[in-house]
Design a binder for this molecule. Structure first.
Ligand code: AMP
Length: 388
């Protein structure tokens, strides 16, 4: 059966077509710069890659373009023949603890969550509505970034703020990147030939956006991103953890508006704030004083989370690296792992090779590199929902 996965952003649609259960990718289409003067569409299938420029006014036109390319290149003749369409939805709030078949009431609830994810949920919703129009008889399934973290205990998800803010305004830790952490957990279990439920692991999704997750018995029990994806690790342009009084100071003493502070923390901080660059590969190559400082700060924060999660979990079977940095940068992994102590031993040669297992045989904790694939996980979720 064919399952499509749609990741709809504010000005882009990422589309992937899978043949399931074989997990074969039949096509990958990226429509970018929707609503701008000229839009780019990149189609990859078999060994081919096509780049098309055209005017794509909105998400509806974007999906029309995708459907027409699939048919023109004989990848998928009839869009309505799909067995399911899986949608990435960033915020599922407290409502959605699992992937869900979309109906009118689900749409309403996703819309009601917009205040918690004003940048993401409207775009996700737009993608769903357009796909529903184009394929009204195909089951549409929402897969939420927050769902994997929805079983965290209260002591992990509550902030030490007045309890009413949680009760009345739902201010709490939600966590994000859940689809990636869940996928990496399953892959790790497969590699270690264990059941997910048997594993205590720490997953580190390190990319332009980064998060750490403490997984106990296959369940996320803590994660570094919080009410929004701003909290936690130092990221490409996001500050991660800071003293929240800085926000008050920026407003009161420096006269910055809320919008300016929002931009400062989300777009101008993190690595870019320290060394004016958010690309870890380039920062490592540059290697000047500020670049080194930025990397050292980022690594220090990762170590602090690993230490904290080890203390929380007690027994840790594996520390697993994923995401653009986690999967590719032996340099960063070495910096993170070399002085962790507690009998954790890095195999430097295996690490340099980006091998799957990068710990020595006698290491007390397995150190691993696992490639993430959020689209694949969404297709997997669709398949298991269709089966039930
Ligand atoms: P992502 O957001 O997961 O696509 O990850 C993007 C980040 O991964 C960027 O900071 C890239 O510089 C970084 N990255 C990708 N490949 C490498 C590499 N070989 N060495 C260091 N960083 C890398």
């Amino acid at each position: 059966m064919n399952i499509a996965v749609i990741n709809s952003g504010s000005s882009s649609i990422k589309f992937q077509l899978f043949h399931m259960p074989e997990k074969k990718v039949l096509a990958h289409i990226l429509v970018e710069k929707i609503g701008e003067f000229i839009s780019d569409t990149i189609l990859e299938y078999e060994d081919k890659k096509l780049v098309i420029t055209s005017v794509i006014k909105n998400h509806h036109d974007g999906l029309e373009e995708i459907i027409s390319l699939l048919s023109k290149h004989e990848i998928l003749e009839d869009f309505s023949s799909l067995s399911a369409i899986g949608h990435r939805v960033v915020h599922g709030g407290e409502e959605f603890k699992t992937s869900t078949l979309i109906d009118a009431s689900v749409l309403e609830k996703i819309e009601a969550l917009i205040p918690l994810a004003p940048l993401h949920n409207p775009a996700n919703l737009e993608g769903i509505l357009v796909a529903m129009k184009k394929a009204p008889d195909v089951p549409q399934i929402a897969v939420f970034d927050t769902a994997f973290h929805s079983h965290m205990p209260q002591e992990a998800y509550l902030y030490a703020l007045p309890y009413e803010l949680y009760e009345e305004h739902k201010i709490r830790r939600y966590g994000f990147h859940g689809t990636s952490h869940a996928f990496v957990l399953k892959q790790t279990a497969e590699i270690l030939q264990k059941k997910s439920e048997e594993l205590n692991i720490i997953t580190l999704h390190l990319g332009n956006g980064s998060s750490a997750c403490a997984i106990e018995g296959g369940v996320s029990v803590d994660t570094s991103m919080g009410f929004t994806p701003l909290e936690g690790l130092i990221m490409g342009s996001r500050c991660g953890d800071i003293d929240s009084a800085i926000v008050i100071h920026l407003h009161r003493e420096l006269g910055m508006s809320i919008d300016e502070i929002d931009k400062l923390l989300n777009k101008k901080s993190g690595l870019i704030g320290i060394c004016k660059n958010n690309d870890v590969r380039t920062i490592i190559e540059l290697g000047d004083e500020k670049s080194q400082l930025a990397i050292e700060m980022m690594v220090r924060r990762i170590k602090k989370y690993i230490g904290g999660y080890m203390a929380l979990l007690g027994r840790v079977d594996a520390i697993v690296f994923t995401g653009g940095i986690g999967e590719n940068s032996a340099y960063i992994r070495e910096m993170v792992l070399e002085s962790l102590a507690c009998g954790i031993e890095l195999d430097y040669a295996q690490n340099k090779r980006n091998a799957t297992i990068i710990s020595t045989k006698i290491s007390s904790v397995k150190l691993m590199v696992v490639k993430t694939d959020e689209e694949q996980e969404i297709a997997n979720e669709c398949l298991s929902l269709l089966k039930n």
